[in-house]
Design a protein around this ligand. Structure first.
Ligand code: BTN
Length: 327
């Protein structure tokens, strides 16, 4: 994807790592006038970047906005494919909708769609997903794994493992736990939801649209009364501001790595990690599916990521989809 002149300037200033970057050198190397450079610097300031101008030396970066601008993400990115094409928007209805369209148009594996705000964020089971401006990470990743539609249902568990690993790597003080199939809880409250949608033909997956919603920098009063008691943010749990760009890049890195493993060896290669990170197995749970509600002990997951429930009469039920509550 081509990078704009403003982003190229930003990239060079970020790469200077606190050293001054000369306006004249930027102008010469980019083949534009000093005035053009100055105008781009003004725009960057309007976006929240702050600079000190040192006479005869140039611009020194003194502050960056906590933004998901692709240039910020790229700074932390160490992947081959994932995140190499990022579509970034201030406001979208849902990143899932944009991802569906881009996937149909042939967007490559690893394409990421990010919205700073979603006006119609979607959750599982047709629920809405609160996606206020600038506080969370609202993104969809297009993945094209070479698996059948049946196999693909376990991929969503792989995503939960990748996001958990990324959070644990950057914020060692928090301990996220996965509630089957793929909610991330911290201290019993939800901080992340994953919604995986599929474009497929009879036995080939065209694309998986992996929607990840992370409550990153909300404070308690940012949540609506509907979810205030059950939701939390990483910032509330970690006790520090979350660098969203670094977290996005780290998620993409783990997701690329686990996707390769999953395609080569199947879900079995990630099952043990999922089990270690899960707060579901061994618990008494209530399961709600489209048709019924029942309870029992979550006794394990299969090699395909399907949940097994041991009922009070000793019979084992397999749960392919549904919502669970730990009781
Ligand atoms: C859930 O737990 O119900 C899943 C929530 C998924 C929310 C994310 S935010 C980015 C992407 N776009 C959406 O509209 N939904 C997903």
């Amino acid at each position: 994807m081509s990078i704009s002149m403003k982003d190229e300037i930003l990239k060079r200033i970020l790469a200077a790592d606190g050293e001054a970057v000369s306006g004249q050198e930027l102008a010469d190397s980019l083949g534009v006038s000093r005035t053009a450079i100055w105008k781009h610097m003004q725009t960057l300031q309007e976006e929240g970047y702050t600079f000190e101008t040192i006479k005869k030396k140039g611009y020194v970066l003194t502050g960056v906005p906590n933004s998901l601008n692709p240039t910020q993400i790229e700074l932390f990115l160490n992947t081959k494919q994932f995140g190499r094409e990022i579509h970034y928007f201030d406001v979208v209805d849902s990143t899932q909708t944009i991802a569906h369209k881009l996937a149909q148009e042939g967007a490559p594996q690893g394409t990421v769609i990010i919205g700073e705000e979603q006006t119609a964020g979607r959750g599982r089971m047709a629920r809405m997903w609160e996606s206020a401006n600038g506080t969370g990470i609202w993104m969809t990743i297009i993945v094209r794994p070479d698996v059948t539609p049946q196999q693909a249902s376990s991929y969503t568990l792989v995503v939960a493992v990748a996001v958990t690993m990324a959070i644990k790597t950057l914020y060692k003080q928090v301990e996220p736990a996965i509630k089957w199939p793929n909610d991330l809880l911290i201290n019993g409250k939800k901080c992340t939801g994953i919604l995986t949608e599929m474009q497929a033909e009879a036995d080939i997956v065209q694309a998986l649209l992996v929607g990840i919603g992370i409550n990153a920098n909300q404070v308690a009063s940012d949540f609506s009364p509907d979810i205030a008691d059950i939701a939390t943010s990483l910032r509330l749990e970690a006790g520090e501001e979350i660098n969203r760009a670094a977290l996005v890049a780290t998620i993409l890195q783990y997701l690329e790595q686990f996707t390769e493993l999953y395609v080569k060896e199947g879900f079995i290669s990630i099952k043990a990690l999922w089990e270690q990170m899960s707060c579901t197995i061994g618990q008494r749970i209530e399961v709600t599916t489209i048709r019924e509600r029942f309870e029992g002990i979550a006794s394990g997951i299969t090699e395909d990521g399907v949940l097994q429930l041991t009922q009070d009469d000793g019979t084992i039920r397999t749960i392919y989809a549904g919502d669970i509550k730990i009781i």
